[in-house]
Design a protein around this ligand. Structure first.
Ligand code: 5AD
Ligand code: SF4
Length: 463
């Protein structure tokens, strides 16, 4: 069901929290681990905190409320979030009124919730994803009764529209269009923590995009765990087309796609609106071995994946393709890994994000016992990175000499203070000398040099 936030108890709770915050200059900090969906959720959390009368601060040590948005995709991400939570013990000591809240994917795991209940007494509340509208009521419970609340198993698959949002950037924006996942890949915890797939109404997405563009946003990224499985009154391809038809100078991107949902229509739309839709596609492979793909429950085989990837590359001019690969899934042999390497060699992705398999309790793969030794996993990772670096380097060379239209994002981390970083439509990072007025604008640059991960350019003013 689609619910308007105004029809929940939200407004009433916000007003009651305001009685506590009014005139006190109370400060809040939101810390984010994980993916872009979490970044987008954190922007909503910040919007709600401002609504309740808190001021935002970058320094959590001086804050009256700290929210941690967590990621559960791999064990490492969970360890990082728990260790960060440990740091708040000292902050609580200095400020006994401190409220600490945990949300995001870890907050939907019963074992994590129990651990937080037991070992982190200063955590006032946790709530699973999709429950952001409850934030004011949880803060209120902490303020009024010093009561600890743990919201888990309450997500009924609704979408709550109309939540306030505080966007970090003014020229780039995330727009979530669907939530959750129905695919149950056997290694993945997402369907358990983010629930089943649900899509926003197309008119809500379109009016959000129109408003952003009229406010000067230059790049919109549509988000969803399986963004191209979006389904409402219209399909994902139709939604993308309607966004591309909005007047204005902007680019639209999307992530993450599932290979099974790459439709003919989507390819046609990307081709037809190539000026507006970024020529970039993230298409997760996970493994190139048919037997592993089957055990992963990925619903395609190697041949089907290769044909989708090749079709995208041949049909959409200038398209850059990236992928995700899991190394060391239970039962993965050297031959299976070679199958993966052969797909990377055949497709020649611009970028590969590779992850060591991490066992997630509650998933189907967690009960598989044919583990791969850490040493074998690490060797395979090294081999993949070394070969892919060469492929990425080679994929970037044809850019040298070209003029590209790029969106300037920030001061560069490489080079001196007058070096800036931009992104091409194909999602490549470009560094060049410019001045700070270029940030947030599309400019033309000439690519002079290309490495495996970055391009180096000079700004061109008149073409
Ligand atoms: N172990 C390692 N990598 C994983 N991913 C998802 N679940 C796991 C896991 N249990 C990877 C997949 C996915 C990316 C976001 O994270 O490659 O595409
Ligand atoms: Fe996880 Fe698979 Fe769903 Fe992606 S499609 S979120 S990998 S279950």
């Amino acid at each position: 069901m689609i619910i308007d936030i105004k029809s929940t108890g939200y407004q009433n709770d916000v007003s009651r929290v305001k009685l506590y915050t009014e005139g006190k200059k109370l400060k809040a900090h939101v810390m984010t681990f994980g993916c872009q969906q979490n970044e987008a959720d954190s922007e909503r959390a910040r919007g709600i905190l401002l609504d309740m009368g808190y001021e935002l601060s970058d320094n959590y040590r001086e804050c009256d409320i700290i929210l941690v948005n967590t990621c559960a995709i791999r064990e490492h991400a969970e360890m990082k979030a728990l260790s960060m939570l440990g740091n708040f013990r000292a902050v609580k000591k200095n400020n006994p009124d401190l409220i600490v809240g945990v949300f995001g994917c870890m907050a939907a795991e019963p074992t994590v919730m129990e651990k937080i209940k037991k070992d982190f007494h200063y955590v006032s509340f946790t709530f699973e994803p999709n429950m952001l509208h409850m934030l004011p009521s949880l803060v209120l419970a902490a303020l009024e009764k010093s009561k600890r609340t743990f919201v888990i198993g309450e997500d009924k698959g609704d979408i709550v529209e109309g939540s306030p949002v505080y966007r970090v950037g003014d020229f780039k924006a995330w727009v979530s269009i669907m939530y959750g996942c129905n695919n149950f890949c056997s290694y993945c915890i997402v369907p358990y923590v983010r629930g089943r797939e649900r899509s926003r109404r197309s008119e809500d997405v379109l009016s959000e995009c129109k408003e952003l563009i009229s406010n000067g946003v230059k790049e919109i990224t549509l988000l969803g765990q399986n963004v191209n499985s979006y389904r409402s009154d219209i399909s994902f391809a139709e939604l993308l087309e309607r966004i591309a038809l909005i007047d204005g100078d902007f680019t639209v991107r999307f992530m993450t796609s599932h290979p099974k949902d790459v439709s003919e229509k989507l390819i046609l739309v990307m081709k037809k609106y190539s000026g507006k839709i970024a020529p970039y596609f993230h298409l997760p492979l996970q493994s190139g071995s048919d037997s592993i793909l089957k055990k992963m429950n990925r619903s395609y085989d190697r041949e089907r994946f290769i044909s989708v990837a090749k079709k995208l590359k041949t049909e959409i001019p200038g398209l850059a393709l990236s992928t995700d690969v899991i190394i060391g899934f239970p039962g993965e042999t050297e031959e299976d890994f070679e199958d993966t390497m052969n797909v990377l060699r055949e497709i020649r992705f611009d970028m590969v994000y590779s992850f060591l398999y991490s066992k997630r309790e509650g998933t189907k793969a967690a009960s598989m016992t044919d583990f791969v030794e850490d040493s074998a996993k690490n060797d395979r990772m090294k081999k993949l990175l070394a070969e892919q670096d060469i492929i990425s380097y080679e994929m970037n060379q044809p850019y040298v000499g070209n003029v590209c239209r790029v969106l300037v994002e920030s001061v560069s981390k490489r080079g001196g203070g007058d070096t800036y970083t931009a992104r091409t439509g194909s999602n490549k990072l470009v560094h060049f000398k410019s001045d700070k007025n270029s940030i947030g604008n599309f400019i033309n640059v000439k690519i002079e040099k290309a490495g495996a991960f970055d391009l180096f350019a000079t700004e061109i003013n008149n073409i």
